[in-house]
Design a protein around this ligand. Structure first.
Ligand SMILES: [Mg+2]
Length: 452
C-alpha cells in the first residue's frame, strides 16, 4: 500500500452557473441557470444546485426552466469570463501539485503520489485537498468538489459521490467503496458494455468483482481484465499526461441572423477556412480532406466534401476548392443560412522551406502564403491581421454594412473561446450540437403552437 498512487480529481460545481454568481454577488442564494443558443435563452447549459432542486436540468428549454422556477435567474453566457475564472482556478491547482492534468474548463487531475512524506506530516491528504477547494472558493469565488483515490478513474467516481464536497477513498477501502455502485457510473462505459455486463448478472462493481476474471477477459479483452481489477480494488494506475495528436480541425458557427445572401455566407466560409488553415499551420500540419455542411433556417442540412490529391496547406488552393464545393452544394439550395460547419481532416505533418521565387505557380503561391503568414504572425493580432486575404477584407466590409443587428460577432465563435483553453476534445460545449437539435425541436413545437 505504501507506494499506492494518490490522485485528486477536482471539478467545478455547475461551473458556468457558479461563474455567473462569482461575477455578480447579487445572484448568490438564488436559483441560477445559463442559457445557450444564439440569444442566450435557448437551452439550459448549466444550472446551480438551487435551480436543480426545482427540476431545472441541463438541456431543458429556458422557457421550461422559467415555468418550473419563476423566481430563478436566467443568465446569458459570458465565455470570456468563464475562461478567465478557469485560468485562475487552474493557477491555484498548479501550485499544489507537481503534475496537473486538465481535462476540461473546470476539471483536472492532480498527482499527489510523489508528494514528500514531510508534506503529510502536518496535514492529511484529504485536508490538503479540502484546503485547495477552500482557497479556490475564497480567491476565485467558485465552489469545487473533489475525490482522492488510487487512480484517476476512481478519483472521478469519488468526486461524483462527494458532490458537493470532498471525499477520499482510503487505501484498502476501494473495493468496499465500489461494491454497491453501478458500473454505469464509470465514464466511457457505453450502453453495449453495460448491457453485456447485465447479461452476466453484473450491475454493480460488487457483481463484477465476483465474476471469474477469465470470463471478463474473454468477453471484453483487456478492458474486461482492467474492470475486474478495478472492481476488486486492485487497479493501480499512475496519472499519465495524455498528448493527443490532432486528427481533425473544425469550426461550427451559428450566424447571428439567418443569412439569405449566399455570397456573404461564402465570404464568411472562406474567411473561416483561412483561420483554420492558419491554426493548422501554427501546429505544422496540413490537410488532405475538407468537409462543408450548411444548415438552413429550418434546420435542414446540405453538405459535401473534397479530397485533395496531396495534403494541402495553401490558402489559395484550399479556398479555391472550398469555393467550388460551396457553389456546387448551394446550387441546389434556396433557403437562408443559419449555420456553417467546416472541417479539415486526414492531417499530416508539414515540413516546408518556402522559397520566394518558386519555379511553379504552386510554389509561388506557397511563398506568398508563407510570407503573408509570417507578416501576420509578426505584426498582426487575431482580431486585426496585418495582411488580409480578399475574403477577409470583404467580410470586414460586409460586417460594417451589417451594423444592426450585432448580436454576436461571427469572427469569434463562442466555442472557440473555450476550445482555445483546453483543446478540442474535452470541450465542455462539445454537446452544443445536441442541444441545438433539442432547441430545434422546441422552436418547431413553439411555432406549431403559435399557429394553433
Ligand atoms: Mg463540473
Amino acid at each position: 500500500m505504501g507506494d499506492a498512487n494518490r490522485i485528486l480529481h477536482v471539478d467545478g460545481d455547475s461551473f458556468f452557473a457558479s461563474c455567473e454568481i462569482a461575477l455578480d454577488a447579487r445572484l448568490a442564494g438564488r436559483p441560477v441557470w445559463v442559457g445557450g443558443g444564439r440569444h442566450g435563452d435557448g437551452i439550459v447549459i448549466a444550472a446551480n444546485r438551487l435551480a436543480k432542486k426545482f427540476g431545472v436540468k441541463t438541456g431543458m428549454a429556458c422557457f421550461e426552466a422559467a415555468r418550473l422556477c419563476p423566481q430563478g435567474v436566467l443568465c446569458r453566457p459570458h465565455y470570456d469570463d468563464y475562461r478567465r475564472l478557469s485560468q485562475a482556478m487552474f493557477r491555484i491547482l498548479e501550485e499544489h501539485t507537481p503534475v496537473l492534468v486538465p481535462v476540461s474548463i473546470d476539471e483536472g487531475f492532480l498527482d499527489l503520489t510523489t508528494m514528500d512524506k514531510h508534506v503529510w506530516r502536518d496535514t492529511r491528504p484529504l485536508d490538503y485537498a479540502k484546503a485547495i477547494g477552500e482557497r479556490i472558493r475564497r480567491e476565485v469565488g467558485l465552489p469545487v468538489s473533489g475525490g482522492l483515490a488510487d487512480s484517476s478513474r476512481l478519483a472521478k467516481l469519488a468526486t461524483d459521490a462527494a458532490k458537493p464536497g470532498f471525499l477520499e477513498v482510503s487505501p484498502g477501502t476501494e473495493k468496499e467503496f465500489l461494491k454497491d455502485r453501478s458500473v454505469r457510473e464509470l465514464s466511457g462505459i457505453g450502453k453495449n458494455r453495460q448491457r453485456a455486463l447485465a447479461a452476466l448478472g453484473a450491475v454493480t462493481f460488487g457483481d463484477v468483482a465476483k465474476l471469474p476474471s477469465p470470463l471478463l477477459k474473454q468477453k471484453f479483452g483487456i478492458w474486461g481484465q482492467q474492470l475486474w481489477l478495478f472492481a476488486n480494488g486492485r487497479w493501480n494506475e499512475p496519472l499519465l499526461l495524455e498528448v493527443k495528436d490532432r486528427t481533425t480541425i473544425s469550426s461550427n458557427t451559428t450566424l447571428p441572423y439567418d443569412e439569405p445572401d449566399y455570397e456573404a455566407a461564402l465570404t464568411f466560409t472562406l474567411s473561416e477556412a483561412t483561420r483554420l488553415v492558419g491554426q493548422l499551420r501554427r501546429e505544422q500540419l496540413q490537410a488532405r480532406e475538407l468537409g462543408l455542411t450548411i444548415r438552413f433556417h429550418d434546420f435542414t442540412e446540405i453538405g459535401g466534401g473534397h479530397r485533395f490529391e496531396h495534403p494541402q496547406f495553401l490558402n489559395s488552393v484550399i479556398n479555391a476548392a472550398l469555393e467550388r464545393l460551396f457553389r456546387d452544394v448551394m446550387s441546389r439550395a434556396g433557403k437562408p443560412v443559419r449555420q456553417i460547419r467546416l472541417a479539415f481532416w486526414n492531417l499530416s505533418r508539414l515540413d516546408t522551406q518556402p522559397t520566394l521565387w518558386g519555379a511553379t505557380e504552386a510554389e509561388r503561391w506557397g511563398a506568398l502564403d508563407a510570407a503573408a503568414h509570417t507578416l501576420n504572425t509578426r505584426f498582426g493580432r487575431p482580431d486585426k491581421p496585418a495582411l488580409m486575404t480578399g475574403a477577409q477584407l470583404a467580410l470586414r466590409q460586409l460586417d460594417r454594412a451589417h451594423e444592426n443587428p450585432k448580436a454576436k460577432c461571427p469572427f469569434v465563435p463562442q466555442r472557440e473561446m473555450v476550445k482555445k483553453l483546453w483543446g478540442t476534445d474535452a470541450d465542455p460545449l462539445a454537446h452544443k450540437g445536441e442541444w441545438e437539435k433539442r432547441l430545434a425541436r422546441v422552436s418547431r413545437n413553439l411555432k406549431s403552437k403559435d399557429r394553433a
